[in-house]
Design a protein around this ligand. Structure first.
Ligand code: 2HG
Ligand code: ZN
Length: 466
């Protein structure tokens, strides 16, 4: 099909330089960073502000062309890249990159969708505040994508998912209309809280263009430790102990398998300060009250004595703390270097994590010879990344099925924090109940009746009416 008319209209809206069609230039917009997902697009278009986003959406609607909204393209489920061969345009939010204000009294910040998460974090820090959303891809992930996927990360235990940090939203709907809900209010019960349906719906219901985010006072002290533990049950015992003494001061509690740290050493060249062990826990506590370090030392001492932990290192400086975090944050890159992997971003009730890990590892070993498990994750939230590295010829879907059946047996979720994207639509069909699916399709057909916003993502089949 000839789309020259649409391309000319888009160039008229955003300027010719911001309509990308050349094969080499469009490549990073139409493929995900792991090169697992991607499909051709008519172009990638880069509007500079909300009015231009709206005009682009109207132009695509008039041309009956689908839109794939894209932030930093750091997702793991292919939600931000094209799928299939329908005519589609990638709408990059990268140029909507202004931090409009930081309100240190009201503890809010107003940011556009294309702001890189780390830049938003730094702006909060400059004001003595904390934007409590944190994960490995924060140097490239953009706020609009973080919101559209309701991203999780390492601080969910203390501060909740991204949803808990969003106070107001501006969205462009499928017909190009703009809904401005950029209120800086901590309390607002005036009618439906409509912003919630755009958070985590991966651009299938509307396009997030700006947001008011909730900030918190930045704790003045942070204590970070890496501990070796015998097994996941010991990690949970340690978590329970730490909660009694440190309460809300625990900001992160990550479970890391020995294998995960081994691949970080082998493929990234970063070695753990601790000797090899079956499992590790990375714990971080933060507070502005004096005495945090003593309190953490006391807990860890007691945990060693009770043999919940078998070895440990407490960071002595900010740079040592960062080094410990760097081991954790490089697991994804190390896994990518280790070979093709089948990701499982699952959650089960926290108390079931040891049984889940045992059952899932046994099922993979029994059914998929040559595959090995790279398990790590946010154990305090019940969220494990139970990734399986497979020989190149192995069929990934069978591995998915093996793991997700175990997850279902524990009443768990097949996507705890990465979303559904295009990777998990089939499984969502399998594991969601019929009334839940019907409700989701009702929302989709109300907000995007023509099925043009990110088609084929989240929902298996988008209703199409024109
Ligand atoms: C993390 O916790 C991310 O590091 C990525 O959610 C997990 O690579 C993964 O599967
Ligand atoms: Zn994670």
């Amino acid at each position: 099909m000839d789309h020259s008319e649409l391309l000319a209209t888009l160039a008229g809206i955003v300027g010719e330089a911001q309509v990308i069609t050349a094969a080499h230039d469009i490549e990073p917009y139409v493929n995900d960073w792991r090169r697992m997902f991607g499909a051709p697009a008519i172009c990638a278009v880069r509007p500079a502000n909300t009015a231009e986003v709206s005009a682009v959406v109207r132009a695509c609607a008039a041309a009956r062309v689908a839109i794939v909204p894209q932030g930093g393209n750091t997702g793991l489920a292919g939600g931000g890249v094209p799928l299939g061969d329908a005519p589609q345009v990638v709408l990059s939010l990268a140029r909507l990159n202004r931090i409009r204000d930081v309100d240190a009294v009201g503890l809010t910040m107003l940011v556009e969708a294309g702001v890189v998460l780390q830049e938003a974090q730094l702006a909060a820090t400059d004001a003595g505040l904390l934007l409590p959303i944190s994960f490995g891809a924060q140097g490239s992930a953009r706020v609009g994508g973080v919101i559209s996927t309701n991203a999780g990360g390492v601080n969910v235990l203390r501060y909740g998912m991204t949803r808990q940090s969003v106070l107001g939203l501006e969205v462009v709907l499928a017909d190009g209309s703009v809904v401005d809900g950029l209120r800086r209010l901590h309390k607002d019960n005036a009618g439906y809280d409509w912003k919630q349906i755009f958070i985590g719906s991966e651009g299938t219901l509307g396009i997030v263009t700006a947001a008011v985010l909730r900030l918190v006072p930045k704790p003045t002290q942070r204590v970070t430790a890496l501990l070796a533990v015998a097994d996941p049950a010991a990690a949970l015992a340690l978590l329970a102990r730490a909660r009694v003494s440190l309460g809300d001061c625990i900001t992160a509690f990550e479970l890391i398998s020995g294998k995960s740290l081994a691949i970080v050493a082998d493929h990234i060249g970063r070695a753990s300060p601790l000797a090899a062990a079956p499992w590790f826990v990375l714990i971080e506590a933060s507070s502005s009250l004096a005495g945090l370090r003593d309190a953490v030392e006391e807990v860890l001492g007691a945990a060693l004595e009770a043999e919940e932990a078998t070895d440990g290192v407490l960071a002595e400086s900010e740079s040592q703390a960062n080094d410990l975090w760097s081991l954790r944050e490089h697991i994804t890159d190390a896994e990518k270097a280790a070979g093709p992997s089948v990701k499982h971003d699952v959650s089960v009730p926290v108390a079931d994590i040891p049984a889940f890990l045992e059952a899932a590892a046994a099922a993979v070993a029994a059914a998929h010879e040559g595959a090995w498990v790279n398990a790590f994750g946010h154990v305090g939230d019940g969220n494990i990344h139970f990734n399986v590295v497979i020989p190149p010829a192995m069929e990934p879907h069978a591995v998915n099925h093996t793991v997700h059946e175990i997850v279902a047996g524990f009443g768990g979720s097949i996507s705890a924090e990465h979303g559904i994207g295009q990777y998990r639509t089939g499984e969502l069909e399998t594991y969601k109940s019929a009334p839940e699916k019907a409700l989701q399709h009702l929302l989709k057909s109300a907000l995007d009746p023509a099925g043009r916003l990110n088609p084929g993502k989240v929902l298996f089949a988008s209703p199409k009416r024109s």
